[in-house]
Design a protein around this ligand. Structure first.
Ligand SMILES: [Zn+2]
Length: 304
């Protein structure tokens, strides 16, 4: 893997985004802090990666719970400077539950402070390299990526994964432009000189052409049929919740789907199913995908 020696990727799963540690002379920067439920593990992994060096800066690609859920704990431990995308600042200031996708989707994060912001076109010095900040709207309207032309590395957050990209919420926030933004962001990635992508989830990869091909194919499916995107969104949000909960009594699921706003809105606008039908469809589909299983009246997350 052709990553500069100063860049270390701590690969996590899906509940926590990857943490990227960039070593600078005396200190280090970390990009993204994982999910709140994983804080003890994140702090251990980070301490190991830092090897007694001070953590001087915490940076976020965007402010979703799996990327900033460990911010408060990292600040408490290291007292580091914290920098976030400028577009996220007003949302973090008012701790906007819907825009941050917290209780709105049954997710949680401890409130944190930030010291400064950066925006498209800025250059951040991290790990002895200059990283250009690139706006990456789509999955999150205020998300950014970091590109080092010298190292030919792109830190893509959830704008591009080896297989796909972070879920785009279909017009839930009055954002009719989310799919067009996603397309523009993928096209911008295609124009960059990149040898290695460090995604927000999954391992770093080098076959960028293939990843973009898969991403565009997926995007076209959503552009053709927005209901397909709504179905995908409901499944992604429920499997994320199940990763945290690990199990839930099946009889509680219909009431759960009626109480968490994201499902209510997706159903009212796009899916238009009875709660019973929605429950059966979600469980069946997630079961077929290997994300959950039924066991003695319980819905259990895979790997538990
Ligand atoms: Zn995200």
């Amino acid at each position: 893997m052709s990553l500069p020696a100063s860049v270390r990727v701590i690969e996590r799963g899906w509940l926590s985004a990857n943490n990227i540690v960039l070593h600078d002379g005396e200190g280090a920067t970390v990009i993204d802090s994982g999910y709140g439920a994983h804080v003890p593990q994140t702090l251990d992994l980070l301490a190991h990666a830092l090897r007694d060096k001070p953590l001087t800066r915490l940076v976020n690609t965007h402010c979703h719970s799996d990327h900033m859920g460990g911010n408060a704990a990292i600040q408490k431990k290291y007292g580091c400077r914290t920098s976030i995308p400028a577009g996220e600042a007003p949302i973090v200031d008012r701790w906007d539950d819907q825009a941050l996708i917290l209780a709105f989707a049954d997710q949680r994060a401890e409130r944190f402070r930030y010291d400064d912001t950066f925006a498209d076109g800025d250059v951040l010095r991290m790990g002895g390299l200059d990283w250009r900040v690139l706006a990456a709207p789509g999955h999150d309207p205020h998300a950014v990526m970091f590109h080092s032309p010298d190292a030919r590395v792109l830190i893509s957050g959830d704008a591009l994964w080896e297989s796909g990209f972070g879920v785009v919420f279909p017009q839930l926030f009055g954002r009719e432009t989310a799919l067009a933004e996603t397309r523009a962001t993928l096209e911008a990635i295609a124009r960059l000189d990149v040898g290695t992508v460090i995604p927000g989830h999954g391992r770093p990869f080098q076959e960028i052409g293939k990843a973009l091909e898969r991403a565009f194919y997926r995007l076209e499916g959503y552009e053709e049929d927005i209901v397909r995107l709504a179905r995908h969104t409901a499944k992604v949000v429920l499997s994320f919740a199940m990763m945290e909960k690990r199990s839930m009594p099946l009889e509680k699921l219909p009431g759960y789907l009626e109480s968490v706003p994201v499902y209510v809105e997706l159903n009212a606008r796009y899916l238009r199913m009875t709660t019973a039908a929605m429950t059966e469809w979600l469980v069946g589909d997630l079961e077929r995908a290997g994300a959950v299983r039924r066991e003695g009246g319980m819905l259990v997350a895979a790997g538990q």
